[in-house]
Design a protein around this ligand. Structure first.
Ligand code: GUN
Length: 294
């Protein structure tokens, strides 16, 4: 069994990005600039955004955090997005999700200029991805593809089972695994809450990507010996032994599944660090494509 070290992989990739940015700046160009919009004070979102800002520092990017309170209006948020769309010194920006219920996430996502949509959530980027055109890929599935590449895990002709059909992970993950590329070329099955025989389908899988948000869902009896298991779950579960009172738990019953696998990602330290790394890759790409150079 090989433990896939997302933290180390992400550190290596961020080092390469930092070196490229150093050269860019030495040649008189502006460093990439990422803006994050955070609405409210959700614990998970606070942590994600803080980690994104930290990753920007590691890569030599400029970052700006724009905060709004929970009661911000949709109009005010849209106004800020329009301002960022027009600001030539901003290469890419994200609006951290989830948003308060009174704000329409679709409307917000679609207001972002696709050329600055480093989350890859705008329908233009989603559509371009699905037909294999150049685009910003959504961070989590792109990070998983980087891990498969980094560890040289065979994917061609393999049966990949994706658990979960979210717009952010499940659907784009299936699209990337089936595309004609390396990694890729998988036969893909997507399972979700209405799939009756998930256990049987998982047992046929060479690769399982678990993105359901149900801690410990994938048990040993669902895993074919020699499979590759990618765990996207990051649910906070109570843990009295930790000062903060909780720990992260993945969608896979790691302790019992790991010994069966050829490759497996831990939680934390697997997919999570790669997600932020993909955002850095997208922001560097946005910077290179931004015609406003200095
Ligand atoms: N919430 C959970 N994951 C993400 C992400 O990748 N981007 C944004 N903007 N919000 C998220």
């Amino acid at each position: 069994m090989t433990l896939i070290d997302g933290k180390k992989t992400a550190t290596d990739i961020k080092k390469n990005i930092a070196e490229e940015v150093r050269q860019m700046v030495a040649e008189g160009n502006r460093a990439p600039h990422l803006v994050a919009i955070l609405v409210g004070h959700d614990g998970g979102s606070e942590t994600y955004v803080a980690n994104k800002v930290k990753a920007c520092e590691e890569c030599g990017f400029k970052s700006t955090l724009i905060r709004f309170e929970d009661d911000v209006t949709e109009e005010r948020l849209l106004e800020e997005i329009h301002r960022l769309n027009e600001d030539d010194t901003v290469d890419g920006f994200i609006v951290q999700l989830p948003l308060p219920r009174h704000i329409n996430e679709e409307l917000i996502t679609q207001a972002i200029d696709p050329s600055k949509d480093v989350d890859g959530f705008h329908p233009v980027n989603v559509g371009r991805m699905s037909i294999g055109l150049d685009c910003f890929l959504p961070a989590t599935p792109a990070g998983i593809m980087e891990l498969l590449k980094y560890y040289d895990i065979p994917t061609k002709g393999k049966h990949a089972v994706v658990l979960g059909r979210s717009n952010i992970v499940g659907k784009p993950m299936a699209a990337l695994l089936m595309q004609k590329s390396n990694p890729g070329n998988c036969t893909v099955t997507v399972c979700h809450s209405a799939t009756p025989n998930i256990k049987e389908i998982c047992r046929e899988a060479d690769i399982i990507v678990a993105a359901l948000g149900q801690p410990g869902f994938v048990t040993a009896d669902m895993v074919k010996p020699g499979a590759t298991i990618i765990d996207v779950g990051t649910t906070r579960v109570p843990d009295a032994t930790r000062a903060r009172g909780w720990r992260l738990r993945g969608d896979v019953d790691f302790d019992n599944v790991a010994e069966l696998c050829e490759y497996i990602t831990p939680v934390p330290g697997g997919v999570g660090p790669m997600t932020i790394c993909s955002l850095m890759i997208n922001t560097l790409k946005a910077r290179k494509q931004n015609p406003y150079k200095s």
